[in-house]
Design a protein around this ligand. Structure first.
Ligand SMILES: Nc1nc2c(ncn2[C@@H]2O[C@H](COP(=O)(O)OP(=O)(O)OP(=O)(O)O)[C@@H](O)[C@H]2O)c(=O)[nH]1
Length: 802
């Protein structure tokens, strides 16, 4: 990378800079910049200079100061020493415009002036020492006027822009110009403040000029001056052009830069010094990557590579660190690739513009358009978009989702009693609780007023699982909102009514879906509020059944309706070696309920935790009882532990606590775990099992063969026993594959020195076949059904080893 001596300017000053190659590159640079500012792709001749110059020219202002009778003049706010006519003439001659041939660009400006002001004549003239000389004329063929007769010269002498509506009434000149009654002129002013001439419009008829026309005329005069600058610039040598360019580049608010193929910046204007707080613009070459926000780096690099590969304009948005406060601000960069004489792209010329405020404003506009201003939740518009997208997706992947429509109960009362502001606050707090009640992947939106919608995504594949998931979530919401709110220093209560509708395959319209959820919500209101209802009657029925079963389950626990049955476990000699404790629910209305009908619900509702503890306590009580008798002291009691129970952080402590308080022998307690329970956190499982094993507690792996049956479990988990699932035992006589599996499990047990017990043994043939395979422990109806405590005593008496 090469760099200029004038380091805060940037351009190279070595001799080669003047070479034709560099001149071409330089022209290409100007052209590139011009294209950036000119959407139509005009060359720098047309737009770059005009743009840059008009920026500076705009600083000279014109104030309406006096009005004549029928005429107005505008005081020109110029340099103090501009009355120096000699300097003015020198400035004029420097442009080398006098007596030059007509040029299209100037002709067009003059024509535009006449069209804009609706006059029959227009002239662009320069005032020399002796004459007014016209570079461009429209509606007149007169090219020169003696200075003494020139109104434009009078304008320059008086330093006033002028509008004369009618020379007949204005009488501000000794002699009205022949053939005109109307005149309006705007001065051609250099950046230094010299008035070189005017762009003026004339007519044979009187006229009035509205302010917009005068402004337009002044703008055209500015364009004429800019074009004059460009003309002079083009006639200068490359060195002068470069200096001039640097001055202009530095006057621009954008960061102007050029870069090599590998992205190294080898030129930047002064804006980068001001923005980034660099010492020299040239520092940008090495500091660029430090200024760029790290998160935007790879994206920017990709855009650059893309431009290098395709030759398309480089375009990227990124954040650049500001030197004054180290804040990152968004910028947009655009760079035009420029080819050398061989057609290879060697340079990129571009600008980088601060768009931070604009971007934030856009984001804010986007936020306002899609988010509710009060709660910050997605609004109806965004909800509809997401819902449409989610419904289509679920149809495609064959999954079920749900829409929960929630309306607060008697919300109007809140507004009426504690005011609308507190009502608003309550809506905000409700929104927060809703967000806290659902997982991030779901959407919580405010439909309007006191209505909210929750989209539950992917909650199952069948109605039952989806209904359970939706019920669980709706319950959470009901619980969350039922807790009191602190408003205005008082505890306030609000409840919701929730309607639930499902979507899946085939997709239904979102309007229909919301209508269904709305209908269900009204049913919830009709049912007394503070509750939920499903749109689907069958699901609703199932949910009601479940809800009443749950209520009964709670009651059952409180009323101690649960009992333990014990199923004996036998050895090959036909002696009892232990018991498996199995819970039953003795419901006053339903009779004896099997665990299959309530354990899942107990797990879903968390009731399994108190129930599981109760089972453990009962089993330990039985152990103490067995230990008291010398003939039963050796028997173990196996207890099934659910996944939720086992995952409790205090599981080990609970087991030890129950063992301790009951006085049961830990070595006689056997905990049965299922394979699926181990999947989630195998390390945690190993730790818990080992901790309890230290106290003598034994472990059995239940249902082995039905799940993943990973040998890793057997290797890593310190089980004392594996259970062959009854499904294999059931068909062991008919299905050789079941026999093979049972055989394998038994062989595994022998190899790993882990006891193997077969459950579900119903016949002597099954028992004999398993025994032939090497199985020594059995459990099943062939020996005994699970027995209530009273019948167990009898059984034990008959089957204990002498
Ligand atoms: N504070 C506040 N109130 C609102 C806003 N938007 C709507 N409301 C009020 O919310 C109330 C909604 O009432 P409804 O849902 O029709 O009736 P309700 O009193 O909740 O009674 P039910 O829905 O039948 O239980 C109306 O009184 C609205 O004026 C809001 O942005 N802020």
């Amino acid at each position: 990378m090469y760099y200029a001596g004038k380091e805060d300017r940037g351009f190279a000053t070595d001799n080669s800079a003047a070479s034709g190659k560099n001149r071409n590159a330089f022209r290409a640079f100007l052209d590139a910049i011009a294209r950036l500012f000119s959407p139509r792709g005009a060359s720098y001749k047309d737009s770059y200079f005009l743009y840059a110059f008009s920026q500076r020219y705009r600083n000279n202002s014109y104030d309406l100061s006096r009005a004549y009778d029928g005429a107005q003049s505008y005081t020109m706010n110029m340099r103090p020493n501009e009355s120096d006519e000699a300097n003015r003439l020198e400035a004029l001659h420097a442009y080398d415009i006098l007596d030059s041939a007509p040029e299209d660009g100037f002709d067009q400006l003059v024509m535009l002036g006449a069209t804009l002001c609706g006059t029959s004549m227009a002239v662009l003239c320069f005032v020399d020492s002796e004459r007014e000389w016209r570079k461009a004329v429209f509606g007149t063929a007169v090219i020169e006027v003696p200075r003494a007769e020139s109104i434009c010269a009078r304008m320059i002498d008086a330093r006033e822009a002028l509008v004369v509506s009618d020379f007949h009434s204005a009488r501000i000149f000794d002699k009205a110009p022949i053939g005109w009654r109307f005149f309006a002129g705007a001065p051609i002013v250099t950046a230094e403040g010299f008035i070189l001439g005017t762009l003026c419009v004339m007519d044979e008829k009187p006229h009035t000029m509205v302010a917009a026309q005068m402004d337009g005329l002044k703008a055209l005069a500015q364009q004429a001056m800019a074009r004059l600058e460009l003309r002079r610039y083009q006639r200068q040598g490359p060195e002068l052009q470069r200096d001039r360019f640097c001055q202009l580049a530095d006057s621009m608010p954008h960061i102007v830069w050029s870069a090599d193929r590998d992205g190294t910046i080898d030129f930047a204007n002064h804006s980068i010094v001001e923005y980034a707080g660099l010492r020299y613009a040239s520092d940008i070459g090495k500091l660029w990557s430090e200024l760029l926000h790290p998160d935007d780096f790879s994206r920017t690099l990709e855009a650059w590579e893309q431009s290098v590969q395709t030759g398309e304009i480089f375009s990227a948005e990124y954040r650049l660190r500001r030197g004054s406060d180290n804040a990152y601000r968004w910028h947009i960069a655009k760079g035009i690739p420029v080819r050398d004489d061989q057609g290879n792209i060697t340079k990129w010329y571009g600008t980088t513009t601060d768009i931070h405020d604009m971007k934030l404003a856009h984001e804010e506009i986007g936020r306002l358009a899609f988010f509710d201003t009060l709660t910050g939740l997605p609004n109806r518009q965004l909800l509809m978009d997401r819902l449409a997208h989610t419904v289509t997706l679920h149809d495609r992947i064959g999954r079920t989702g749900a829409v929960l429509l929630l309306d607060l109960d008697h919300f109007k009362n809140i507004n009426d009693t504690i005011g609308h502001d507190n009502g608003d606050l309550l809506l905000v707090l409700v929104a927060k609780r809703l967000l806290a009640s659902v997982a991030d992947r779901h959407t919580v939106a405010r439909l309007g007023g006191d209505e909210f919608v929750i989209i539950l995504e992917d909650i199952g594949t069948c109605d039952e699982t989806a209904a359970q998931a939706a019920t669980k979530l709706a319950r959470n919401i009901l619980d969350a909102l039922n807790a009191s709110f602190n408003l205005d220093g008082y505890e306030r209560h609000i409840t919701p009514s929730i309607g639930i509708a499902f979507f899946g395959s085939p997709a239904q319209s979102i309007t229909e879906l919301l209508k269904r959820a709305d209908l269900a919500m009204y049913q919830a209101k009709a049912a007394g509020r503070n509750t939920m209802r499903f749109f689907d009657p069958a699901i609703q029925e199932a949910a009601l059944v479940r809800a009443s079963l749950e209520a009964e389950l709670r009651q059952g626990l409180a009323r101690q309706e649960f009992v333990l049955f014990y199923q004996p476990q036998m050895n090959s000699a036909g002696n009892v070696i232990g018991l498996e404790a199995l819970v039953r629910w003795n419901n006053p209305h339903r009779g004896m309920v099997s665990p299959a009908d309530f354990i899942l619900l107990a797990e879903d509702t968390g009731l399994i935790l108190p129930l599981g503890r109760w089972v453990l306590e009962e089993a330990c009580r039985m152990l103490v009882f067995l230990t008291a008798n010398s003939s039963t002291r050796h028997l173990s009691v196996a207890v099934n532990v659910s996944a939720l129970q086992f995952r409790q952080p205090d599981f080990v402590a609970v087991v030890l606590d129950v063992l301790h308080s009951s006085g049961a022998h830990p070595g006689r307690l056997k905990i049965e775990l299922t394979e699926s329970l181990l999947l989630e956190d195998i390390e945690g499982a190993i730790q818990k099992i080992n901790e309890l094993k230290k106290h003598g507690v034994r472990f059995s792996l239940d249902d082995f063969g039905t799940g993943y049956s990973s040998l890793t479990y057997l290797k890593r988990l310190p089980f004392n026993q594996i259970k062959i699932d009854q499904s294999f035992v059931h068909n062991i006589l008919n299905d050789p594959r079941d026999l093979a599996i049972a055989n394998t499990i038994i062989a595994l047990g022998q190899t790993l020195h882990v006891a193997v017990i077969a459950e579900g043994v119903e016949t002597s043939t099954q028992r004999d076949l398993l025994a032939q395979c090497g199985c020594t422990l059995f459990q099943g109806y062939f020996f005994s059904r699970p027995l209530p405590e009273a019948q167990l005593q009898d059984f034990l008496r008959r089957h204990l080893a002498a």
